[in-house]
Design a protein around this ligand. Structure first.
Ligand SMILES: NC(=O)C1=CN([C@@H]2O[C@H](COP(=O)(O)OP(=O)(O)OC[C@H]3O[C@@H](n4cnc5c(N)ncnc54)[C@H](OP(=O)(O)O)[C@@H]3O)[C@@H](O)[C@H]2O)C=CC1
Ligand SMILES: O=C(O)C1=N[C@H](C(=O)O)C[C@H](O)C1
Length: 272
């Protein structure tokens, strides 16, 4: 049994996590949170997460209160960067493992998470889908084999409510492509407009589309002379992100402190 606390349960991912954890036999939901001051605070978590039935866990507007007496093994957090950093501090202070799905951290925020992970085990990944994590590895491998003669571009599309751009996944793809091709952050281009001139060799383009209810789509293009490869992942619902996060929750509880990613959870060995 992995005693689980879920934050942000009125949100798209939080509510999905509550539904899927409830359906699992080994992940009792022992606590749940909503943002401070939320009208959902004090209500039953099952109703807040729109399960249509009570869960008999009260939604708290503070993670500390949700953890009090809960004997939690792990907290699963998909909220926003500021809230996640507060939650990570509380987990570090209380010695509770953490799964972070939140994206949009500043470099300082990421460094702060790394500090907290010295005290508790933490899985942090911008995308918990098994498929995306395989695509990330395949993209790195393609880049290594194809080499510098192919122009590389990353395109992502998400729903109109997404707050950060480019997506955390697109940034992760750009990072592994950079490493595979021996490029640096200076080679990344996030937008083009006007008299841009010819595409500089070694550039890696990263572009974001926003609209409607798109769950999450990522394509890595390798443009060559006379041929082109497109590596695409399309998420058609949020359940697979949540199932990945719950898999991470089972995996991380009881581990040694440290910052882990989904490659560790999935047992994907070797370099990306
Ligand atoms: N790693 C992955 O696989 C995936 C990552 N994500 C990332 O997860 C994050 C959340 O996405 P999504 O669910 O779509 O966003 P939502 O806006 O639907 O959900 C976020 C929830 O967090 C709540 N919240 C904000 N602050 C706090 C707080 N201090 N304590 C408790 N709850 C809080 C919000 O409450 P309120 O609405 O009241 O403000 C909201 O309900 C994003 O960063 C997104 O990029 C998303 C999908 C997959
Ligand atoms: O905000 C979302 O919805 C998603 N965010 C993640 C990201 O930023 O990469 C993952 C997924 O694509 C959905």
């Amino acid at each position: 049994m992995t005693r689980t606390v879920i934050t942000g349960i009125s949100g798209r991912m939080g509510s999905t996590l509550v539904r899927l954890a409830k359906a699992a036999s080994d992940l009792p939901v022992v606590g749940a949170t909503v943002r401070p001051g939320s009208p959902f605070s004090g209500q039953d978590a099952g109703l807040v997460a729109r399960l249509g039935a009570p869960l008999e866990v009260v939604a708290q507007d503070d993670l500390g209160r949700a953890l009090d007496g809960a004997q939690a093994d792990v907290v699963v957090d998909f909220t926003g960067p500021e809230a996640t950093l507060q939650h990570a501090r509380i987990c570090a202070e209380r010695g509770v493992a953490l799964v972070v799905g939140t994206t949009g951290f500043t470099p300082e925020g990421r460094a702060q998470l790394q500090e907290y992970a010295k005290r508790v085990p933490m899985v942090a990944a911008p995308n918990m889908s098994v498929g995306v994590n395989l695509v990330i590895r395949m993209a790195a491998e393609l880049a290594r084999v194809l080499g510098p003669s192919f122009d590389v571009e990353v395109l992502e599309a998400h729903h109109r409510m997404k707050k950060d751009a480019p997506s955390g996944t697109a940034l992760k793809l750009a990072e592994v492509l950079m490493e595979a091709l021996g490029r640096t952050k200076d080679d990344l281009t996030f937008a083009r407009e006007g008299q841009t001139g010819a595409r500089p060799p070694g550039e890696i383009g990263v572009q974001a589309l926003r609209g409607g209810d798109v769950v999450g789509e990522h394509t890595v293009y390798f443009f060559g002379e006379g041929e082109r490869i497109e590596l695409t992942h399309r998420a058609t619902n949020r359940d697979q992100f949540a199932q990945g996060a719950l898999r991470a929750a089972r995996w991380v509880a009881g581990r040694a402190p440290g910052l882990y990613d989904m490659a560790d959870v999935l047992g994907l060995q070797g370099k990306t």
